[in-house]
Design a protein around this ligand. Structure first.
Ligand code: ZN
Ligand code: ZN
Length: 98
């Protein structure tokens, strides 16, 4: 997958950020259910059988409860699990202090 999943208008778009085993990356899931849906967030995707690519791919279903996206008290709902605007403000402040 290339880059973070895009928000789709009218869909829930809740995120789940999963750190990988080696800690060098994050896998992100995005919920395509309608906005404000009941129950768990869900994403389904097909997984290739790497050991035997001739076998049909299997479906994987991930469900999760809490939306991992951050709601910043100053900037509102963010696409990721941190607020880029706050981060940039803090960086600008540090530059001014020097
Ligand atoms: Zn959802
Ligand atoms: Zn913020």
């Amino acid at each position: 997958m290339d880059g973070p999943p895009k928000d789709v208008p009218g869909q829930c778009n809740a995120r789940l950020f999963v750190g990988d085993d080696y800690g060098d990356n994050t896998a992100t899931f995005r919920c395509p259910l309608p906005e404000g849906h009941d129950g768990e967030h869900v994403e389904r995707f097909s997984q290739r059988n790497e050991a035997d690519p001739d076998k049909p791919s299997g479906m994987v279903t991930v469900t999760w409860h809490y939306d991992d996206r951050m709601t910043c008290p100053k900037h509102g709902l963010q696409p990721g699990d941190w607020c880029r605007k706050c981060h940039e403000e803090r960086r600008a402040q540090r530059r001014q202090q020097k």
